[in-house]
Design a protein around this ligand. Structure first.
Ligand code: NCD
Length: 312
């Protein structure tokens, strides 16, 4: 079983590591469905330290901890409500919070913030998103969802659609999936393609991929369509934003043209790029995906706290 102290990104995780994490997450399903009880983390405290807005990531971390018997302390709007507002560095904040908890889940707007935290922290750091860099826990829950919905990962054609340049969730997803025998269909306008540092990893691992701006064609080929939000807050030039806004909208009409039912995923929140008329499409899995976030984050807490049970 994987041993891991921190999780800053998916770059250094192997296929076996990812499979271990997914297996443990699936074993937690009965606990999180309320069919079994576990107090395995009863002496542990999680601190969620979020410098950027969040609904799913912070709350799923917190419920994952609470339902395993752990406790939670939380800073939800750290730029305004923590000493960051007074100019405290990430490092000093971590040097303080590590005295109050056993593990920290942190989200920050700065690329590399998680690495800064790891450099000074005596407790595990779980990166809940650092700027436009990585969002590894999201990608792991996405891969878990693909596995649960499709029954496998190898052999699938997975379309990832939208603002691939600025989306940290799709950076991590692309890197994570490149460990498997999949074909990635990366769909974006040419100016919003996946960053070179991510594509270098995909190429090193000989993962098959195409980059295209043709969404209907990609949907016809894909088993899974992963839609992402345009990251408005990370695009400096409003004209750039206007160029991509509304370019790709995945709706029922488009999906009905596919030769088979595709699994539709979204990291959420959606803001126009995934139509609500998809919600009752048989392959729509984005709200099940949010439950898988609890399983996955529970598994990560057990791993970094070195509390993997023999039996659940
Ligand atoms: C993502 C994020 O914050 O990077 N949200 C999430 O964690 N589900 C994606 C987004 O905000 O678009």
């Amino acid at each position: 079983m994987i041993k891991m102290k921190h999780l800053t990104g998916l770059k250094n995780l192997t296929r076996l590591d990812i499979e271990d994490i997914l297996e443990l997450a699936e074993k937690l399903e009965d606990v999180y469905l309320g069919k079994k009880k576990s107090n395995i983390l009863d002496s542990k405290v999680l601190a969620t330290l979020f410098y950027e807005p969040s609904t799913r990531t912070r709350l799923s971390f917190e419920t994952a901890m609470l339902q395993l018997g752990g406790k939670v302390i939380s800073v939800a709007d750290a730029m305004k409500t923590s000493s960051a507002w007074k100019g405290e560095t990430i490092e000093d904040t971590i040097r303080t919070i590590e005295n109050y908890c056993h593990v920290i889940a942190m989200r920050h707007n700065e690329v590399g913030a998680a690495d800064k935290a790891v450099a000074v922290s005596s407790v595990p750091i779980l990166n809940a998103g650092d700027g436009s860099n990585e969002h590894p826990t999201q990608a792991l829950l996405d891969i878990l969802t693909i596995k649960k919905e499709q029954g496998k990962i190898d052999g699938l054609k997975i379309a990832i659609v939208g603002d691939l340049k600025h989306t940290r969730a799709t950076n991590s997803l692309t890197i994570g999936l490149s460990n498997f025998n999949v074909k990635l269909l990366l769909v974006s306008p040419p100016e919003f393609k996946t960053s070179n540092w991510v594509m270098d990893i995909v190429e090193e691992r000989n993962c098959s991929y195409t980059q295209t701006d043709n969404l209907p064609e990609a949907i016809k080929e894909a088993n899974v369509v992963y839609v992402c939000r345009i990251q408005k807050e990370r695009i400096d030039d409003i004209n750039e934003y206007k160029k991509i806004k509304g370019t790709y909208v995945v709706n029922r009409e488009l999906l009905e043209k596919a030769p088979k039912v595709v699994t539709v995923l979204h990291h959420l929140p959606r803001v126009g790029e995934l139509s609500e008329d998809v919600d009752d499409y048989p392959g729509a899995a984005y709200f099940r995906q949010t439950f898988n976030g609890v399983l996955l984050r529970g598994a990560l807490l057990l791993i970094v706290l070195n509390k993997i049970p023999q039996k659940l």
